[in-house]
Design a protein around this ligand. Structure first.
Ligand SMILES: Nc1ncnc2c1ncn2[C@@H]1O[C@H](COP(=O)(O)OP(=O)(O)OP(=O)(O)O)[C@@H](O)[C@H]1O
Ligand SMILES: [Mg+2]
Length: 288
């Protein structure tokens, strides 16, 4: 049976300087096997969340659970987490094979077994036959696929990606993001993927968490976020929206009497997606 709380952040705060909270009261549940994207502007706390889950940063308050266990006392290398960063972080002086075999050797996995794991991981990223190449003899997209293979070779419980495609050109970004999604589905591994690219987030995720200013602005499926943004910030951040200021003069059950007058106090925002017309009566977003 799948676990809906496979990764859990419970009221997590993080401050680096003891004054400003860069993550504030974060409550988050990620189901086993889910592909969740954290999307948000620069400085909104995305990388900090990954670092706390991976064990490279400690929460200032609150608790993080992995597979129902509190992980605060577990060192990073024992958490069962694989990471892929923006800059590949391959060892430049090692071949592709050695890059993948190294973490297995450190864990004293016998060579026969390690070779099988390396072979399996390389086949997942369609790079069998590249074992003897040095990283500098690979394209950017291939290097990033080696980084993905290295992250999965230890069969992690959770995979973390932090802006993994930033160094690739637009066409390659689309291709590698599809590769990442398909590997994730084949392995059914719980995945958290950080990006500030909304199109990327909507294209590959089961669930998107929009971060803004240290808190979750909204979370939901790509469709929910696109069609029903809760706030002006989310509406502006995800897709295109037409936003009109109005007053609600009256409301009964699901009908609203709306005042578009320029003399109104403009307390409410109506958010229309570009494909919608004025005949639509839903009020998607409301804020003061
Ligand atoms: N090691 C650190 N020491 C002090 N402050 C830090 C440290 N790491 C991050 N911060 C600060 O914490 C805030 C959140 O940073 P974080 O890296 O989590 O943001 P982000 O959402 O990943 O941004 P980006 O999209 O630019 O990568 C920022 O204001 C940043 O300056
Ligand atoms: Mg970051």
């Amino acid at each position: 049976m799948s676990n809906d709380h496979f990764v859990r952040f419970e009221n997590v705060d993080k401050s680096y300087d003891g004054k400003q909270l860069v993550v504030k009261g974060l409550d988050l549940d990620i189901a086993e096997g889910e592909f969740v994207t954290m999307l948000g502007p620069s400085g909104s706390g995305k990388t900090t969340c990954l670092m706390m889950l991976a064990g490279f940063e400690t929460p200032t308050n609150g608790q993080i659970y992995l597979d129902n266990k509190v992980i605060s006392d577990i060192p990073p290398h024992k958490r069962g987490i694989g990471m892929v960063f923006q800059n590949y972080a391959l060892f430049p002086h090692m071949t592709v094979y050695e890059n993948l075999a190294f973490p297995l050797r450190v864990r004293k996995i016998p060579k026969d077994e390690a070779d099988k794991k390396v072979d399996k991981a390389l086949s997942m990223v369609s790079l069998q036959g590249f074992e003897a190449r040095m990283p500098m003899q690979l394209s950017g997209g291939q290097q990033q696929r080696v980084a993905v293979a290295r992250a999965i070779v230890l069969e992690p419980k959770v995979l973390l990606f932090d802006e993994p495609l930033s160094n690739l050109d637009a066409k390659l970004r689309r291709q590698v993001r599809e590769d990442i999604r398909s590997i994730q589905q084949k392995l059914a591994v719980t995945t958290i993927y950080v990006t500030h690219d909304q199109e990327e987030a909507l294209a590959i995720s089961d669930k998107v968490i929009v971060m803004n200013d240290a808190i979750i602005a909204q979370e939901g499926t790509p469709k929910q976020l696109y069609s029903f943004p809760n706030t002006k910030f989310v509406a502006n951040f995800i897709g295109d929206s037409n936003i009109i200021k109005v007053d609600i003069d009256d409301q009964n059950s699901d009908t609203y009497l709306i005042n578009f007058s320029i003399y109104s106090d403009f307390l409410t925002l109506i958010i229309f997606k570009p494909y919608e017309t004025f005949s639509r009566t839903d009020i998607c977003g409301k804020s003061a």
